[in-house]
Design a protein around this ligand. Structure first.
Ligand code: FEO
Length: 396
């Protein structure tokens, strides 16, 4: 598939892996994108694919190049979903030269201990292929330290690594203007929030660094090639990395028998009554946390509730809170409620967790013993009203 003159898509689709990075469900699969830039003098391959798909990958490369050799393998990112086929490519193209920065080569040594010719690049370096000159920009911690991007000024194409990527295998075509992109938008936010979400500041630095480039094609390592949606995907990454959020509330709760859930239902009902339309309830035992994290990136308000379990927080709630904390999120409003039957713990531990987050606590936290009564219901409605008022005060 030729994306633009001399730039070809040679990536593969993975509809078999159930959990990306061993953690994140893939309801629509995922693609591992790789590209060929065919110059008049030299050929460059940009990134590789997950090693399980190396045979199909080689066929795609050969369909473009025939017997012509590949001169360079540009390694924008060393995570094994992209570097995994590196030894395989070297075995088929033994004269190939790896192109990477200092940290790239340290990781190649560590992961693969492989030889191969090497061409070290630094910020702003270029590589002439004949008719196409590749420009290299380092974007460390988006989302690994060695990460860089490669820009072909001739075609205004950015080979972006994971940046601007999303979950979801490609269904027939690879360029956004040729396919229905509906499934990719929520999956872009879920991808960003779970994989890249901790690194908002490095993403902002990268966006500023790349801001002056003309971008006609963004070729990420996952998901569609962006052509007609270039401004939209840049805007999404900009907003997410600034932790900007929409009006709305995620109510996430851990419940064993439904008593804690009943508080969540009251809060949601009152939020809706107060005019907050975007209210999403998640049972933390049922909804995979990647979807909850994605919604927390989307909405400004969060209310968490947990029953007490073995004199601790409900385990799935503790797991969710640790994922939220690990992402260094900010500029959110939070409320919380805990429950117990015979030994109070969840309320206190939720408070301890919440104090470690960079969120503003809204309303009075609630502790419930055993089941919902009139006073707990009043407190739940008061918390919902406080959250709704805070959100509505920010309407423009
Ligand atoms: Fe798709 Fe960070 O690897």
């Amino acid at each position: 598939m030729e994306i633009t003159k001399d730039v070809h898509y040679v990536g593969v689709n993975d509809r078999r892996t159930t959990q990306f990075e061993g953690l994140w469900p893939l309801p629509y699969g995922v693609s591992y994108n790789s590209y060929l830039v065919v110059g008049t003098e030299k050929v460059a391959l940009i990134d590789t694919v997950e090693v399980c798909y190396c045979e199909a990958y080689l066929k795609k490369i050969r369909a473009v190049l025939g017997d012509r050799k590949i001169d360079y393998l540009v390694i924008n990112h060393m995570e094994p979903d992209h570097s995994g086929s590196l030894p395989f490519i070297l075995s088929h193209y033994p004269d190939i030269t790896f192109v990477g920065n200092k940290k790239t080569f340290e990781m190649i040594d560590g992961f693969y201990g492989t030889g191969g010719n090497r061409h070290l690049v630094a910020e702003g370096d270029t590589l002439d292929l004949g008719g196409h000159t590749l420009n290299f920009y380092l974007i460390p911690m988006v989302h690994w330290p060695e990460t860089m991007v490669t820009y072909d000024a001739t075609t205004s194409t950015l080979f972006a690594g994971d940046a601007f990527g999303c979950f979801g295998a490609l269904n027939g075509g690879c360029v956004d203007k040729d396919i229905n992109t509906d499934i990719y938008w929520d999956e872009m936010r879920r991808y960003y929030s779970n994989i890249v979400g901790k690194y908002g500041a490095p993403v902002q630095r990268a966006l500023k660094k790349l801001g002056g480039l003309e971008l006609k094609h963004i070729c990420s390592t996952h998901g569609p090639v962006w052509v007609e949606n270039v401004p939209r995907v840049i805007d999404i990454y900009d907003r997410l990395s600034r932790y900007e959020a929409e009006e709305g509330v995620v109510v996430a709760y851990g419940t064993m028998y439904g008593n804690t859930e009943a508080v969540a239902e009251v809060i949601a009902e009152e939020l809706c009554k107060q005019g907050i339309k975007n209210v999403v309830l998640h049972d933390v035992s049922r909804t995979h946390h990647s979807f909850i994290i994605s919604d927390i990136f989307k909405y400004k308000g969060l209310i968490v509730g947990s029953c007490t379990y073995n004199t601790q927080l409900f385990p799935e709630m503790e797991a969710l809170l640790s994922k939220i904390a690990a992402r260094d999120m900010k500029d959110r409003y939070i409320g919380y409620f805990g429950s117990y039957t015979w030994a109070s713990a969840a309320y206190k531990k939720l408070g301890e967790y919440v104090n470690t987050l960079n969120f503003e606590v809204i309303g009075d936290a609630i502790e419930m013993k055993q089941t919902l009564n009139a006073s707990t219901e009043d407190a739940a409605r008061a918390m919902a009203r406080a959250m709704a008022e805070k959100l509505k005060s920010e309407r423009k």
